[in-house]
Structure formats: structure tokens, C-alpha cells
Design a protein around this ligand. Structure first.
Ligand code: NAD
Ligand code: UDP
Ligand code: UDP
Length: 325
């Protein structure tokens, strides 16, 4: 670590998955607060485009690395976000997905243990599976298929949570576990496969809007700036506040409603087509955010209409470049 750091109160922060959608927004926020950021990513689903604007910043450093391998660096805080998040991507190489969650967690926890530094884990609402309790509170243990096509992700994240709490109990690590609900915004990959980016890209290209099933399943969509605010508040919370804590927007919409909103807002000529519902697709999802409100004084501020407007503007800007590539 540079000697100048001895006289400096700013932190050096590791963000794994930092070239991804949420990670790159978190990196921007931390740099904006004056910290140094080590952004680590294997660029599986992330892209250099998301961090291109940062390379002239002397407090930013990029490292291409896979979290399933050990990592020896010196930092003051760790945000562990590395993991593909879209069903299409995490099912592409399910064994690697499970390794990323489990071996990745072990390596990052081992690093935090050596450095005695706080560590944040990006867990997910998928730990609740196809929930039998609605809305989902943190004390619900979930309804997850351990052997289905989504299990590499769901069970990988559940095991990562187990490891975080065992390192906390066994080694006294200062942990922060957030269960993130569906999040959207600029820098989602245009071919990411998740519903918000799919619908917007399809609408802007006047391609058919693909609804899986009859569109009556629900999701709650959180704008990325709100989510990042929650992640940082969690890291800055007291040591007793380990989580797990739900972070998401409690506004709940059917997928059909979302499709209609995107069509209205883009003025698209796209037609709606119905495709088969993927196996184990959760029927409903909405966070109970009482714990985040009470412990972090956090709640989302951007409603779906405003967030979609910003996301549509982003895709309007990048799609012409992507179409040419
Ligand atoms: P993303 O795919 O855009 O970002 C994930 C990043 O991790 C990518 O940059 C990818 O290249 C990197 N990565 C994947 N495997 C890696 C490995 N083995 N080593 C190093 N880097 C690796 O997805 P996102 O939406 O930004 O999600 C970020 C985190 O938040 C993930 O852990 C995800 O599970 C979690 N999460 C996201 C959502 C959401 O709705 N976006 C919801 C719940 C949880
Ligand atoms: N590890 C790492 N960086 C470190 C310290 C540990 O990547 O600075 C990894 C290493 O691969 C190790 C894992 O974290 O296997 C777990 O570390 P821990 O100290 O818990 O266990 P052990 O070293 O006994 O396996
Ligand atoms: N979905 C859809 N059309 C698409 C992509 C997704 O109808 O083009 C549905 C999907 O089946 C699920 C919901 O939208 O019911 C959210 O899917 P996403 O992949 O965004 O997230 P997750 O299923 O992990 O919540």
C-alpha cells in the first residue's frame, strides 16, 4: 500500500463484479465519495464499456480476475458482487455459476479474514425461490428447487449466505448480506435477457415483445441508483447489522403491465407475443422492506415510470452503436 495512504483517511475499496451493471454504478458512487476503488471482474457478463469513463481517474484501478481463484490484495472494504445475474447467463455454464458463488465467497471471505475488513455480499430475492409467503420478509426460509435449472444460482447464493454467517460466527468477521430484488437501469447489457432490458430493446426495434407465460406473474422493480444507495448504507451500518436485509422496491407489477408501460412510453409498434414460461419461474415477488427502513433509514425514491424513462433514454443512445457492431 502506498505510504501516502498512512496520512489519508480515504478508503481503498474492492468491488468484485465491478464492470457489471450494478457494480459499475457502485464504483461510480464510491469514487464520487473520494475513495480509491479496485474494480475486479472476469468480464463474463460485464463489459469495459461500463467503466471506460473511469480510466483517467487516478483513484480507479481495474483488475481482470476470476473470483473462483484466490486473491491477494490490500483493501479496507470488500463488496462481493461477482456473479452472472440473468437466468440466460447463469444457466449458460451452471457449474461455473455455482463455483462463482461458493468458491468466490470462500476466497473473498478468506481475504476479509486476513485483512480484518468488512465484507458485503450481493445476495438475492432468489433465495426465496417461488415464495409461499408474500410479500417476502427476511425470516422466510424460501421455497427453492435444489436440482432445477435455476438452482446453480439460487442454491449458490444460499450457500454463500451460509458461508458469510459461518465466517461471522466462527471468525468474527464483520459481514453485510443484502437480498437484492429485481433491479434495472442504464448499463444493463442490451442482450442481458432480463425482462426490463428485453422489453425496452424489443420495443425500440419494433420487434415482438416476448412475454413468458400469460404475463400474470409479478415482480418488483428497483431503480439502480436507489439500490446503490442501499448497498452503501448497509456497508456503513453498525457491526451488529449483518443482514440479511431485503433491498428492493415494494411496487409490484405483472409482467403484462410492464410490457404495456414500455409500449406506451416508447410509442412502439411492437406486437406482444406469448412464449412458454421457463421452468421454476417464480409466480410472484415483492420485498417487505421494513427492516431496511428501520435499520438503514432506506427506501427507494424513483418510481417505475421515472426509472423506465431513464433506462429507455440509455438504450436509445447505445442501440445504434450496438446495431453497427
Ligand atoms: P451483471 O451480470 O451485470 O454483473 C455481474 C458481474 O460479475 C459481471 O461484470 C461479470 O463479468 C462478473 N463476474 C461473473 N462471474 C465472475 C467471476 N467468476 N469472477 C469475476 N467476475 C465475475 O449483473 P448485475 O445485475 O450487475 O448483478 C450484480 C450482483 O447483484 C450479482 O451478484 C447478482 O447476483 C446480484 N443481484 C442482482 C440483481 C438484479 O436484479 N440486477 C438481483 C439480485 C441480485
Ligand atoms: N484467500 C484469498 N486471499 C487471502 C486469504 C485467503 O484468496 O488473502 C483464500 C484462500 O484461497 C483460502 C480461502 O480464501 O483457501 C479461505 O481462507 P481461510 O483463511 O478461511 O481458510 P484456509 O486458508 O484455511 O483455507
Ligand atoms: N420474462 C418475460 N419476457 C422476457 C424476459 C423475462 O416475460 O423477455 C419474465 C420471466 O419469465 C420472469 C420475469 O419476466 O417471470 C422476470 O424475469 P427476469 O429474467 O428479468 O428476472 P427473474 O426471473 O430472475 O426475476
Amino acid at each position: 500500500m502506498p505510504l501516502a495512504r498512512l496520512y489519508d483517511s480515504r478508503k481503498r475499496i474492492l468491488v468484485t463484479g465491478g464492470a457489471g451493471f450494478i457494480g459499475s454504478h457502485l464504483v461510480d458512487r464510491l469514487l464520487g465519495q473520494g475513495h480509491e476503488v479496485l474494480c475486479l471482474d472476469n468480464l463474463f457478463t460485464g463489459t469495459k464499456r461500463n467503466i471506460d469513463h473511469l480510466h483517467t481517474n487516478p483513484r480507479f484501478e481495474f483488475m481482470r480476475h476470476d473470483v473462483t481463484f484466490p486473491l491477494y490484495v490490500e483493501v479496507d472494504e470488500i463488496y462481493n458482487l461477482a456473479c452472472p445475474a440473468s437466468p440466460v447467463h447463469y444457466q449458460y455454464d451452471p457449474v461455473q455459476t455455482a463455483k462463482t458463488s461458493v468458491h468466490g465467497a470462500i476466497n473473498m471471505l478468506g481475504l476479509a479474514k486476513r485483512l480484518k475488513c468488512p465484507i458485503f455480499q450481493a445476495s438475492t430475492s432468489e433465495v426465496y425461490g417461488d415464495p409461499a409467503v408474500h410479500p417476502q420478509t427476511e425470516d422466510y426460509w424460501g421455497n427453492v428447487n435444489p436440482i432445477g435449472p435455476r438452482s446453480c444460482y439460487d442454491e449458490g447464493k444460499r450457500c454463500a449466505e451460509t458461508l458469510f454467517f459461518d465466517y461471522h460466527r466462527q471468525h468474527g468477521l464483520r459481514i453485510k448480506v443484502a437480498r437484492i430484488f429485481n433491479t434495472y437501469g442504464p448499463r444493463m447489457h442490451h442482450a442481458d435477457g432480463r425482462v426490463v432490458s428485453n422489453f425496452i430493446v424489443q420495443a425500440l426495434r419494433d420487434d415482438p415483445i416476448t412475454i413468458y407465460g400469460d404475463g400474470s406473474q409479478t415482480r418488483s422493480f428497483c431503480y439502480v441508483d436507489d439500490l446503490v444507495d442501499g448497498l452503501v448504507r448497509m456497508m456503513d451500518s453498525t457491526p451488529e447489522q449483518t443482514g440479511p436485509t431485503n433491498l428492493g422496491n415494494p411496487g409490484e407489477f405483472t409482467i403484462l403491465q410492464l410490457a404495456q408501460m414500455v409500449l406506451d412510453m416508447t410509442g412502439s409498434r411492437s406486437e406482444i407475443v406469448f412464449k412458454p414460461l421457463p421452468q421454476d419461474d417464480p409466480k410472484q415477488r415483492r420485498p417487505d422492506i421494513g427492516k431496511a427502513r428501520a435499520e438503514l433509514d432506506w427506501e427507494p425514491r424513483v418510481d417505475l415510470q421515472d426509472g423506465l424513462r431513464k433506462t429507455i433514454s440509455y438504450f436509445e443512445k447505445i442501440l445504434p452503436e450496438v446495431n453497427l457492431a
